[in-house]
Ligand binder design. Sequence first.
Ligand SMILES: Cc1cc2nc3c(=O)[nH]c(=O)nc-3n(C[C@H](O)[C@H](O)[C@H](O)COP(=O)(O)OP(=O)(O)OC[C@H]3O[C@@H](n4cnc5c(N)ncnc54)[C@H](O)[C@@H]3O)c2cc1C
Ligand code: FES
Length: 508
Amino acid sequence: MNVSSERSVSLWMATVPEWHAEPLAANERADVVVVGSGIAGLSIAYELCRQGQSVIVLDRGPLGRGMTARTSAHLASALDDFYHELIGMRGLDEAGHYFHSQVAALERVEEIQRSEKIDCDFQRLDAYLFAASSADISLLEKEIDACQKLGFSGVTWEVMPGSAEAPQHRCVRFPNQARFHPLKYLAGLIRCIQRDGGRLYAETPVVSVAEKGGETIVQTQHGNEVHARAAVIATNSPINDWIAIHTKQAPYRTYVIAGRARRGSVNDALYWDTLDPYHYVRLQPGDADDDWLIVGGEDHKTGQADDQSERILRLTEWAKRHFPTMRDPEYVWSGQVVEPVDYVAHVGRNPGNENVFVVTGDSGEGLSNGVAGSLILRDLILGRENAWASAYAPNRISIKAAGEYISENLTMAANLAKHITGGELSTLDDLKPGYGALIRRGTAKLAAYRDDDGELHLRSASCTHAGCVVHWNAFEKCWDCPCHGSHFSVDGEPLNAPAFKPLANAQE
Ligand SMILES: Cc1cc2nc3c(=O)[nH]c(=O)nc-3n(C[C@H](O)[C@H](O)[C@H](O)COP(=O)(O)OP(=O)(O)OC[C@H]3O[C@@H](n4cnc5c(N)ncnc54)[C@H](O)[C@@H]3O)c2cc1C
Ligand code: FES
């Protein structure tokens, strides 16, 4: 079980069937064990298999049905947090390493889909960043300047395709970006990993990762173990870390709609605006005369909003205003991104370990980060130098991100105080079918859900990762943890890392 059990279904999930894989049923050995089968885990497994390594991949849910199945799948070397911000935060050298790794990631996807004949709708195209107001034009100027410093060639002013020339329609064009169907691409990776002898196991939750006697030991909920020379934790948010990395990144929920638009009525490109949170837009080839217009945005910190239907309405209105040929959305879904405080994902040796590696902190560029991460970790695991590794090092401390660091971590302090406040309802009798709410019972806070048949599901509201109070998500019908992004089903089962233990049963 994982986030694929949440209520919404993405366009990608609806158009590619789940792959069948058995759970791990015995102890096994490999050169490398990878935990997590999203873009990060499968890309790493692919790279290592190509290098002749024996690889095992374990996932707590079906293969490839984590956040990679809920993405919008822009493949960008442009940075959504802006290169001028990154240069200010980390300096030109580190920003340069990051930029080159992102270019390499897009090239790698292009090369793999071509050489492995993966039919995944991969397409190179331009991306446009447009100013949400004329006040933001200076922001675009700074970004063009930063791109020039980094050697990102061809980044120029343009007029928004399809709009009359006006200052607010000036935008920046980033050439040579791309898009694909993420699950068709993962299907291709799975086929190649299996061809190269990789072993993939689904429905196999991992509950511990340890190093002993020069090897890594990964233990599953069902009691089996995988022994390997190295372990890669690619669970989107690391399950093997309680605090070190989690204090440097924060989870945000984001929303996506997909509706049909007549082919040719929207220029085939990637789009972003400068709002915070920003909108993101792309096309996906559809059937007959239509394409899918995919529009995302309305992000908020995980567990800090109860107005999802208003957000989706605003997103739909925004999309139809800017793209009048878009018809009513047929798919509406949400997902979560993990935002690092200094804009760069954490990829490399897990702090305090020799042979346990992590890839996390994906931000809105988690696909290219996952692929860049696979190139970095391939090298680190095989004992080779990698020029980009320092930019992504999980143990880095970015002094200039101190403000962001403090502000994101106030969430945890404020949240823990909720253990002593009252509940959202004074009596369970007020809980309507289909709803969830927090309720106080003695000294404990409980997560209560009443299903459509009236049956009550009562669990402790204390997240099993580090004890924060979970929050009801009425859109996905699950419990979200605002601190580091764990999600739980109405019966308390963990759906999203970092938690891997269920919420304690509090049934009367
Ligand atoms: C709405 C949305 C839009 C986005 N748009 C973009 C975009 O346009 N471009 C872009 O680059 N990025 C985008 N992102 C981000 C990107 O999609 C993600 O960062 C990326 O897919 C994450 O990949 P992953 O492999 O790290 O994680 P996942 O795909 O989540 O894979 C992690 C896997 O680990 C498994 N797992 C977790 N815990 C355990 C455990 N205990 N034991 C075993 N397995 C476990 C999970 O079941 C899951 O399958 C978007 C994300 C969202 C939600
Ligand atoms: S995810 Fe860390 S406390 Fe809940």
